[in-house]
Write a protein that binds this ligand. Structure first.
Ligand code: NAD
Length: 416
């Protein structure tokens, strides 16, 4: 066995050929990561640096791991959610010498141990999702946490967690809010999650979206994308918000807006996208229509309070792969997709490759910036110039360019 295999915890190294094919397919459709990012990382800044990569462990993430390793980094990988790990991809990474700690559906206790094993490898840099590794290092591995050079974070939820650490005076290193880069949230949260969530729901249920009434809980970037894709397929989105500005935006975008109490009784499908806890919780259960389908597109598995639902149910039956039906005492049945985990990732294919090409370019550039140094402790965003560079690389991959302002198009204030 190779060193990487000795140090790793994966399901089966024999699955590697399938994983290699999946990574190669992702590479073919990731021109920004495979060319722009590769070239940017070639300056040696990552040479010999230990980088922990804790993102949903599937082919696109694996591609990023290989690009970092090709740039000289010692990469250690774990999945950011045990339900989304692809065992064949984990095997392919180990087979090419990258240490991995993850198996699909390991359960949360084993997953936590995997994250701590990554922490114990003493990474200098972390590429995180939901700040899952960073917050655990802060809590359980304070010495390794104090030794971090920097963290770059993928999600809205994770950035909020890093900001909370910074506010509490507990972020002794610089962190990059990858989510806050335009090339991330404008495309990943909106188009990527919009398409892949609806696609996963269609795949899991084999049902027709046209004609459905869908309660979209949360109208941030994710909710916006969801509502757009749902409407394009002939569904009627009803947006539930707590922020009047977002609710007004949903209204002006042409969607219905309602409270949960108003929206839930007529919803055929409910999708949560809040980044918060219990968007659908115990107090909503009486409002749900018989046969309703609940799906979560936000970060927390707790956006749909499956525990409360289980507590109220007289029986839980798996009625189709990835769909559990909770029989309530009054005779109503409530369906939960993918166990309440991120439906597009745990119950689907994850984000489209072209979207992750952008998101991982942002994460990779953020990691490279941190490796080069010069950032103060606190939460940062890559510069607008880097954001534009990534967008330009993506456009170039499509054979597209933008114009530049000519001298006579520039506004010169009077009198100057
Ligand atoms: N599934 C995926 O692949 C994926 C991709 C990107 C982001 N995310 C996650 O999706 C979540 C939303 O991301 P975003 O970028 O849209 O965030 P955002 O902060 O832009 O939007 C969240 C919205 O939810 C609203 N909200 C909060 N609690 C609510 C509640 N109880 N009821 C109704 N509305 C509520 C907020 O007012 C806000 O408008 C985050 O957890 C993020 O990490 C998931």
């Amino acid at each position: 066995m190779s060193d990487a295999a000795d140090r790793s915890r994966i399901a089966d190294l024999g699955l590697a050929p399938g994983g290699r094919r999946a990574i190669e397919w992702a590479r073919r459709h990731s021109p920004v990561v495979d060319t722009y990012l590769r070239e940017r990382l070639a300056d040696g800044a990552l040479d010999g640096r230990r980088v922990a990569l804790v993102v949903h462990l599937e082919a696109k993430t694996a591609l990023l791991a290989t690009v970092l390793a090709d740039a000289g980094a010692e990469v250690v990988v774990a999945g950011s959610n045990p339900l989304s790990t692809k065992d064949e991809v984990a095997a392919a990474l180990v087979d090419r010498g990258i240490e991995v700690h993850s198996t699909r559906a390991s359960g949360y206790a084993v997953w936590e141990e995997d994250l701590l094993a990554v922490a114990d490898s003493r990474p200098e840099l972390v590429i995180d999702d939901g700040a899952e590794l960073t917050t655990r290092m802060a809590r359980h591995r304070p010495e390794a946490y104090a030794g971090l050079v920097g963290v770059t974070e993928q999600t809205t939820t994770g950035v909020a967690r890093l900001r909370a650490l910074a506010d509490a005076g507990r972020l002794p290193f610089p962190a990059m809010a990858a989510n806050d880069a335009a090339c991330k949230h404008l495309f990943d949260n909106r188009y990527g999650t919009g398409q892949s969530t609806v696609q996963a729901i269609m795949g899991l249920t084999n049902m027709l979206v046209a004609g459905m009434t869908v309660a979209v809980v949360g109208y941030g970037w994710v909710g916006r994308g969801l509502a757009t894709y749902l409407r394009a397929l002939g569904a009627t989105p009803v947006v539930v918000e707590i922020d009047p500005v977002k609710a007004l935006e949903a209204f002006m975008d042409g969607h219905s807006v309602a409270t949960a109490v108003e929206a839930l009784p007529t919803a055929d499908l409910v999708i949560t996208a809040t980044g918060g806890l219990r968007a659908i919780g115990a107090r909503h259960l009486d409002l749900l229509a018989d046969g309703v389908i609940l799906a979560n597109a936000g970060h927390h598995d707790l956006e749909v309070d499956v525990e409360a639902l289980a507590g109220a149910a007289v029986e839980v039956v798996e009625v189709r792969e990835g769909i559990e039906r909770y029989e309530l005492p009054d005779g109503r049945g409530v369906h939960v997709l993918a166990g309440g985990a991120l439906v597009n990732i745990a119950g689907g294919l994850g984000h489209p490759i072209e979207i992750m090409d952008l998101s991982f370019a942002v994460q990779g550039v953020g990691c490279h910036e941190l490796a080069r140094g010069g950032y103060e402790p606190g939460v940062h965003v890559i510069s607008p110039a880097l954001d534009r560079e990534i967008a330009a690389a993506k456009l170039a991959a499509h054979g597209l360019s933008v114009d530049e302002l000519s001298a006579d198009q520039r506004d010169v204030p009077h009198g100057l």
